[in-house]
Every structure is written in C-alpha cells, then in structure tokens.
Ligand binder design. Sequence first.
Ligand code: MRU
Length: 346
Amino acid sequence: MAIPTIKWIDNSVRIVDQTKLPGKLTFINCKDVKALWKAIKVLSVRGAPALGAAAGFGVLLGIRKIKTNNRKIFEQKFLKICDYIATSRPTAVNLFNELERMKNVVIDNPKDTVSQLRIKLKRQAFEISERDKRVCRKMGSYGATLIKNGDTLLTVCNAGALATVDYGTALGVMYSAKEKKKKFKVYVCETRPLLQGARLTAWELSREKIDTTLICDNMAATLMAQGKIDMILAGADRIALNGDAANKIGTYGLAVLANYHKVPFYIVAPKSTFDANIKTGKQIPIEQRGSMEITHIARNQIAPKGIKTYNPAFDVTPHQLISAIVTEEGILRSPVKKNIFGLLKK
Ligand code: MRU
C-alpha cells in the first residue's frame, strides 16, 4: 500500500500527479517553489498530511534560490517563501503547522550561520515527511482495533496513501486491518465535485485487493437505512480544540446520517491536523473553488453556460457527531472535546 506520494529527490520534489489518476500513475518533478505551489493549487498533490510535507519541501526548494550568506537577508527571503506557500490552499492546517515548524528552526537558532540554517531546515523537512510515515502506521494500528471481521465500512474523499506521504489516515486503518488478516468490505463515496473517492480511493483500495464498492454520494443514506454500514471512517483537514473537524465537502452530511442511523462515525487524523489556535469549527477557513469543478466533469460541460455555482471544498462536522478521533497517540473517545488538550500536550 505504500505509494511514494511526495519525495525529495535530486534537489526537487517528486509528486504523484493525482490529476492523472486512475488513468496512469505519473510523477511531476517540481524544481522550484512556484511549480510546487501550482501543483498544490490544481490538486496534483493534495490531502492534509501530504500538504504538510509539501510545505517543508517547498521551503527547501525556495531557499535553494537564495544566494546570500547574510543571515538577515536570508531570513527575510525565507519568510517570504513561507508566506507564499501559505497562499496555496487555506483549509488543511497541516500546511500551516509544518510551515511554523520550519520557521521555528530559524527562530530557535539565532546564532546559526546561513549554511548551518540550511542544514537544519533540510533536516526538519525530512523529519516532517518521516514523521508522517510513522504516525500513519500508528494511527492505522490503533484504528484497526475498531474493525471487526465481517464489517462493512464507508469512506469519503481520499484519506489514503495519496493524501499522506505514503500510507494514509482513514485508509491506513483499513491497510492495517488487512495486515492483521481482518475481513471487511468498503463502500467508497465518489466525492463530487472532483471525485477523489472514485478516482483515488477506489484506485488505492482495489490495488490493495480490498473488497471495494463505489457509490454516488447520494446513495449513502440508503445503505445506512438498509443497515449495511457498520462504521464510517474519514480523514480531516483541520480539527478545532473542541473537536469540530473540517473534511471534504459531504463529510458533515454523512455524519448527520450516521447519527440518525446509529452508525459510528470516526475521524482518523494525526496531531498535525489539530489547530491549537481555534476553539471551534466556526473559525476554520473554508476554501471556495472555481465553478468549472461543478459545471464540468472531466472537461465535459454538464450544466448550462453561465449558471451560478457554490463550491465550498470542505465542511465542518460538529464534535457531537464524531464517535471518536483516531490519532497516533491513541483513540480519543466521545466526548472528544474533553480529551484534545491532553493530546496536544503530549
Ligand atoms: O481537496 P482535497 O482532496 O485536498 O481534500 C482532502 C480531504 O478532504 C481529505 O479527506 C483530508 O485531507 C484528510 S487526508 C488524510
């Protein structure tokens, strides 16, 4: 299941071009920070933890172009690079948390020369990526304890290897359960408008030979009403201190349905997806994307020209609807709100 979604190779950032999947598995080599910014914007690389890794590597691309040994000038240019990367997408907090981690390298080493800073920044960017590999496997292992033999799961968007450095959050739980020889089935919501479920999750799971069934988003209610779903597993892009969690648009609707039908609804997310600066989900910035994502499918127009559209890329699930949050430190049970402070202190 390990897919090398994002990797630093030969002084460039190599990413899987997710806009080309499931048709073909191809890579893009981003040689400068502008190329990586664009890859983030058009969703060639996407998913909260992968964006965190992209932030770290993006800084490395940027500082390669700074040709000075004057620390003050280096710092100014370095901060500009961080600010630029921060303009790529607003919702996944991993991107901002990892940029903060890179900035702290500079802040915490005021006496370092520029060449010493370069070495430490490189070490930090690699550590961000390596940590993601470790924590996804830990979350997978904790989350797998929730799955019983014969269970049927439902997921939305792509919270898999493609959304992380190489393993996945919600799908990581499935990969871990499979490694533990558990038998289970998965329904995948196609996830309009950009079909990350159909294009990416269905591709990842079937590649792993996991029993996978694709549905249109509006079929989830019927499955739950028929008693066919034992749990919902989703990732997150930003979790507030009270446990409200932003994820791909449509996740909130699934949580409401799950609550009505008494189906457990789990979020799987690492600590880097928590935002220690916001109290509730109301403060989460929601990305608005272009109308063509709604009026077109695979470049084919499916709606009248000029029609007005509304295209928020994410929604927020209130903490009351979340049964538990699976993290690398363990499973935060309901009420998740109470347990978050302890988690973030660790
Ligand atoms: O717009 P995307 O494809 O970046 O949205 C991604 C999601 O919503 C994922 O579910 C989320 O980032 C969690 S990924 C482990």
